[in-house]
Design a protein around this ligand. Sequence first.
Ligand SMILES: *Cc1c(COP(=O)(O)O)cnc(C)c1O
Length: 381
Amino acid sequence: MTIPIIKPVIGDQEIEAVSEVLQSGWVTQGPKVAAFEEAFAATIGTHHACAVTNCTTALHLALLACGIGAGDEVITVSHTFVATANAIRYCGGVPVFVDIEPDTFNMDPNQVAAAIGPKTKAIIPVHQMGMPCDMAALVAIAKTHNLPLIEDAACAIGSEIKIEGQWQRLGQPLGDIACFSFHPRKVLTTGDGGMLTSNNKKFDATFRLLRQHAMSVPDTARHRAKEVVFESYSRLGFNYRMTDIQAAVGLLQLQRLEEIVATRRRLAMRYQQKLAPINGVQVPVEPSWARSNFQSYCVRLPDGKDQKTVMQTMLESGVSTRRGIMCCHLEPAYEHEPWRQGSSLRESEKAQNSSIILPLYHEMTDIEQDIVIEALGKAVA
Ligand SMILES: *Cc1c(COP(=O)(O)O)cnc(C)c1O
């Protein structure tokens, strides 16, 4: 038996909810999606929440709503899942990669200001592995340069940040739009799925239009209509609809958010304590104004330890791990394609090559966690 990197939290309730939807006669973007959006907005504390197929398409719609088009530059990090940079390229935009802070693995605000140029049209900070970015600094930079700020909060459902002395969940949003993921590797799951949150009514209306081919009258409205209605298609749109099957699962997952985050944080704190005595292993740093949901728990290996060897040794002890977050600019898909280097990417490359992600899941027992700790200790000894 191998200890997995994550296990989704899915109970009988979710299974029942799925059968109910299947029996109801309405299976996509209907009443369950509307209810999930409403519950999500209330949980996060935002005005609008719009459900879509996944976080990649959420980022795509966010960029389109901000008017990103051919040749426009968008500042983001290379040290992220490739979806962030790909979404910029879907719009014909050019990702401008800046480096991360070594302690939080998040976008370094000092590099952002320096990378802004005449073609810069937006900034996408990534709350990497659930750790909130330094939004106070990033919002100030975005305001100074009048640039929209799109938060890639794919991993950050339930993470909190302290702003002006008050704790709040990420996604109100502090920028203009936040994008969430419900992939099984994240904290809540609907199989696949995504959500855009915003306090801007116009943005929200654009997401709703574009997620169903810019259709003037949604199917739900035509279904209810007492008179025949013909729809029209005002611009190029997409099929980014979430199904009611997914939303029914999401509604139940959302009810467990607090409990899931509390458990993940307890396990993360236990890792912090128990890993401290292992020579040279560096645990994640949580700034005083941040409370991560610890979607991933990433440690830096002691200097000189080979990442792959450590991971292989741990796998042989029955523990799966993953390498640190990838760097987009090092992938073949970015080799000949347009992107610009906004700063040195030394810390990003170092993080990819010298850190590993340890197992962390809701149902993890202390005994399982001790097995991971022991396996890591042996592998780096
Ligand atoms: C997972 C992830 C995404 C993509 O989310 P999907 O829902 O799988 O499309 C985007 N950005 C980051 C940082 C992620 O971790």
